[in-house]
Each structure stands twice: as structure tokens, then as C-alpha cells.
Write a protein that binds this ligand. Structure first.
Ligand SMILES: [Zn+2]
Length: 367
């Protein structure tokens, strides 16, 4: 049975199996744009997916979360736009090393560029790698951070916090833009008549410019709809709006189970509807988990007890459990309000052996 997520704008797809390198795709329904979280095993993503890709969020640069970036670069090269990459401090240097590992003597003007943003605790530092100029790094701006938001569109925002994994590891929260509905009873009691002005009001709200200019509305006068100019549009909006809960997704990649990380997670992930979280080890291997700065299923149970998301998807199980992965699901003990999402062990067929490849000499009966 497919989960019934409560999202209006977000369509999440976890593009990896339980033991695959992680890769979360989030599609934004209203504008069709795509975001990627971590770049593990990406080679099986359809080319079309990359056409709509605007931004990539990397938790940390351990190989299993970052190595897929080469395939992403390959798919995007001829796409004539700028793609944003967000990651922890040092990610721009790693991108620079990736790109300088290839020859770029055949560049074209229509090639894409990458803007890489290093998310520090108090600042975001950006570098640009312009494809038409062979991806030579240009250091860009440093902006100060006064909140957790690192990326925003009219339909969603992405927030980031830093956790410890012996190195910095970013965790992400994706919030839908606040939703509202028009109070029809209120509309009637104010003698307002629905019309295209309601669409304009919504457009302004999504653009964050409710009060930019007066708005012509329709009011009921002598039984007829007549235009009326409203100066205080913010007040009108406040009267008509019924707000709906803001839905969100949490993504926690590799972290250790320190007191500090737990505190950060409890504050940052409170109220998420869908949570993705690494669960690399089973409880019996708790010592091994903590020694390698990862989580085990017992740690996950404590997180779930506190956060109570509607849905939880455990990911990134150690390959050493590939024959006993069902034990993970039996060890998870979520609160009654949380449903566990189960995914296959791997989502692509296993790699082939040489003997499984068939080939033949081309046979041409004409000759
Ligand atoms: Zn790691």
C-alpha cells in the first residue's frame, strides 16, 4: 500500500534501496522543479529528472553521499543554466577537485554552471564554477545567516542545521510554503463576491507581497457585483485567511548520537510529517555504531519517541546486514502515530558478472 502523504506541494521519492548509497528526490508539484538530497547512487536516475533539477543538498562529503556528483555533472553539462549545490564547509574545495580531474578544453557557451554554497553556522560562502569557462572556480559572496533557511522558492523552503559525525554533517528540513484557505463565510459576511481578485490575492501572498499595491475586489451592491479598491490589502487578507498546518519533511544523514546532536534534532525536526534517517547498525552493534559515529536502531527508537512523525523511512543500512535486513524492521519500535516505510534492499538489479554478458559477431547474409 502506498503511503498517503499530507503534502500539497512536495512529492518525495527515495531513490535508493535500504543498503544503497542514499539519494532523496523531492519534486515541487506547482512548478515541476526538482531537488536532490545527497548524491549517492545516482546512475539510474532518468535523464529527464536532471532537466528539472535546480538544487542539490549534500549532508557531508563521505564517498557514499557525494560520489554521484560526477554523474550529475555529466547529465547537466549541456543544460545552459546554473545549478545550486549546498553542503558543509569544504564542499566547494571538493567540487573544485572533482572538476579539475577532467580536461575541459572543448567547452561551449551553452554549458551549465554550478554555484556551490558552503553552509557554515553563521554564514553561507558561495563559489561559482562557470561551465563556459572550463569550471574554473570564482569565489563569490559571503552572506551572514540569521536563520536556518538556505534555499527558498514560492512553494517550499529548505532549512539546514549542523550535526556532528566527527566531521560536520548537515541535516535538512524541507517545509512547504504556508498554506491557507479562504473563509467563505467571512467572504459572505463582508459582502465580497468571489472573482479573479482572489487569485491575485493568492499570487501576492505566495510572492510575499500582499500589501504591494491596492487591490480591486468585487463587492455586492444592490444585488450586483461592483468593483471596490481596497487599500489595506494585508488587513483584508488577515480577515479572509484560514491557515492550515505547514507540512514538512526531515532528512538526517550520518550523525553520531551525542547529546548535542539529539538536542539539535529535537528542536529542528519537531513536527515533521515524514522523516528520513540513517540507521546504519542494528542494536546489537551499538558500540560499533557509536565508534563509527553512526546511529543504530535503538537510537532511532529514541528519536521517534520524541518526534512522532506520521511516517518514518529508515535508510543507509550497513551492507553487512544484507542477508538479515528484516531484523531492522523488527527492531524498530515506533510510537503508535508513526508508520514505518519499508523499501527494497536495492532498487536496481545487481551488477553483472563477465559470464552474464552476451555478444556475437555481426552476421550479414548479404555478403
Ligand atoms: Zn558519513
Amino acid at each position: 500500500m502506498k503511503p498517503k502523504f499530507p503534502f500539497r506541494n512536495l512529492i518525495p521519492t527515495f531513490f535508493a534501496g535500504l543498503i544503497d548509497d542514499p539519494l532523496l528526490l523531492i519534486r515541487s508539484r506547482p512548478d515541476g522543479r526538482h531537488l536532490l538530497f545527497d548524491c549517492g547512487q545516482v546512475h539510474h536516475l532518468a535523464k529527464r529528472t536532471f532537466t528539472h533539477l535546480d538544487a542539490i543538498f549534500i549532508s557531508h562529503a563521505h564517498m557514499d553521499h557525494w560520489m554521484g556528483i560526477d554523474s550529475v555533472i555529466r547529465q547537466l553539462i549541456a543544460s545552459a543554466r546554473t545549478v545550486h549545490i549546498f553542503g558543509p564547509p569544504g564542499i566547494a574545495e571538493r567540487m573544485e577537485h572533482k572538476l579539475s580531474g577532467y580536461d575541459w578544453n572543448l567547452t561551449e557557451d551553452y554549458w551549465c554552471s554550478f554555484q556551490v554554497h558552503e553552509v557554515h553556522r553563521d554564514t553561507i560562502e558561495s563559489s561559482v564554477f562557470p561551465g563556459p569557462q572550463g569550471f574554473h572556480r570564482q569565489t563569490g559572496e559571503v552572506i551572514s545567516r540569521n536563520n536556518r533557511v538556505i534555499y527558498q522558492t514560492p512553494y517550499l523552503q529548505v532549512q539546514a542545521e549542523t550535526c556532528d559525525h566527527q566531521i560536520d554533517s548537515l541535516i535538512f528540513r524541507i517545509n512547504e510554503s504556508p498554506a491557507y484557505a479562504i473563509d467563505r463565510q467571512k467572504l459572505e459576511s463582508l459582502d465580497l463576491v468571489p472573482g479573479p481578485w482572489l487569485g491575485e490575492l493568492k499570487k501576492r501572498y505566495l510572492a510575499g507581497k500582499v500589501d504591494s499595491t491596492p487591490l480591486e475586489v468585487l463587492t455586492l451592491q444592490n444585488g450586483c457585483a461592483s468593483p471596490l479598491m481596497v487599500e489595506d490589502v494585508a488587513e483584508l487578507f488577515a480577515q479572509l485567511m484560514i491557515s492550515r498546518p505547514q507540512r514538512s519533511i526531515g532528512y538526517i544523514s550520518d550523525i553520531n548520537f551525542s547529546q548535542e546532536n539529539r538536542k539539535t534534532i529535537f528542536q529542528f525536526m519537531a513536527g515533521v510529517d515524514l522523516l528520513f534517517c540513517e540507521c546504519t547498525f542494528l542494536t546489537a552493534d551499538k558500540v560499533r555504531a557509536h565508534a563509527s559515529n553512526h546511529l543504530c536502531s535503538e537510537d532511532i527508537n529514541l528519536l521517534l519517541e520524541e518526534l512522532c512523525p506520521a511516517y518514518f523511512l529508515p535508510m543507509h543500512l550497513s551492507r553487512s546486514y544484507s542477508r538479515r535486513s528484516s531484523e531492522l524492521y523488527s527492531e524498530l519500535n515506533p510510537p503508535p502515530e508513526t508508520q514505518i516505510l519499508q523499501i527494497p534492499l536495492q532498487i536496481t538489479p545487481r551488477p553483472l558478472l563477465a559470464a552474464e554478458i552476451s555478444w556475437q559477431v555481426n552476421f550479414n547474409p548479404e555478403k
